[in-house]
Design a protein around this ligand. Structure first.
Ligand code: ATP
Ligand code: MG
Length: 214
C-alpha cells in the first residue's frame, strides 16, 4: 500500500487557508484520491476538546510553554487517532493548520525559543512531517478585513483579537519558514480570487506530489 500524502495549509488570520484546504480536498477527490480533511487545533475527539479550551476565550493567564504543550497534547492525539491511520491506509490528509502555526504563533511571534519547539516536534510529530505545506500569504489588513467580515457568524478567537504588530510578526514568521524549508513549503499569493489561488495550489501539488506517467 502506498502511504497517503500529508498536506498542510498555513498562514495568518483570514488569509484563506480553510477555503483553499476545502478546494484542494475537492480537487484531489475528483482526481480519484481518498482524502481526509482535518484541522488544528482539533481533528480527533480529544483534540477538539482541547480546541474548546484553547480558543474558548476563558483560559486564565498562563505561560507560553503551557500554551504550547496544550497544542502539542492535542497534536499528539490528532496524529495517533486520525492522521497516521489515514496515511497508512493510503488516504491523503489535508490539514487546516499544523505545527508551523505553533512555531509561528508561540515561537517567532510569541515567546518560545525555536529549540523548544524543535524538541516538541521530535517528541510528538516525528516522523510524520507534512509532504507539502502551503502558506497562504496576504497583507495583514486584507486578512483581518476578511476575518472581520466572517465574524457575523463566527466570533473572534483570542489570537484574532491581538494587535496589528502581532499579525505582522505572524506573516513574517510564515514567510521565514518558507525560506528556510523550500523543499517542503510553497507560498501562494492569497490576494487573488479563490479560484485563482486554488489553481496555484493545484499546480504545486501536481508538480511536487503527483508524478506524471513516464
Ligand atoms: N481569495 C479570496 N478572496 C476573497 N475572499 C476570500 C478568499 N479566500 C477566502 N475568502 C473569504 O475570506 C474569509 C476568510 O477565509 P478563510 O476562512 O478561508 O480564511 P482562514 O485563513 O481559514 O481564516 P482563519 O485564520 O480565521 O481560520 C471567508 O469569508 C472567505 O470566504
Ligand atoms: Mg480557517
Amino acid at each position: 500500500m502506498t502511504p497517503g500524502r500529508f498536506i498542510t495549509f498555513e498562514g495568518g488570520e483570514g488569509s484563506g487557508k480553510s477555503t483553499q484546504a476545502r478546494l484542494l480536498a475537492d480537487r484531489l477527490r475528483a482526481d480519484g484520491h481518498e482524502v481526509l480533511s482535518t484541522r488544528e487545533p482539533g481533528g480527533s475527539a480529544f483534540a477538539e476538546a482541547i480546541r474548546e479550551v484553547i480558543l474558548g476565550g476563558t483560559l486564565p493567564a498562563h505561560t507560553p510553554i503551557s500554551e504550547a504543550l496544550l497544542f502539542y497534547a492535542a497534536r499528539a492525539d490528532h496524529l495517533a487517532a486520525t492522521i497516521r491511520p489515514a496515511l497508512a491506509a493510503g488516504t491523503w490528509v489535508v490539514c487546516d493548520r499544523f505545527s508551523d502555526s505553533t512555531r509561528v504563533y508561540q515561537g517567532s511571534a510569541g515567546a518560545l525559543k525555536s529549540s523548544v519547539i524543535d524538541e516538541l516536534e521530535d517528541l510528538v510529530v516525528y516522523p510524520t512531517r507534512p509532504n507539502l505545506t502551503v502558506i497562504v500569504d496576504v497583507p495583514v489588513e486584507i486578512g483581518l478585513a476578511r476575518a472581520d467580515r466572517r465574524r457575523s457568524t463566527d466570533p473572534a478567537d483570542p489570537y484574532e483579537r491581538r494587535d496589528f504588530a502581532f499579525h505582522q510578526k505572524l506573516r513574517a514568521g510564515f514567510l521565514d519558514l518558507a525560506m528556510m524549508e523550500p523543499q517542503r513549503c510553497i507560498v501562494v499569493d492569497g490576494t487573488h480570487g479563490e479560484a485563482e489561488v486554488g489553481e496555484a495550489v493545484w499546480t504545486a501539488v501536481q508538480s511536487r506530489l503527483l508524478p506524471r506517467p513516464q
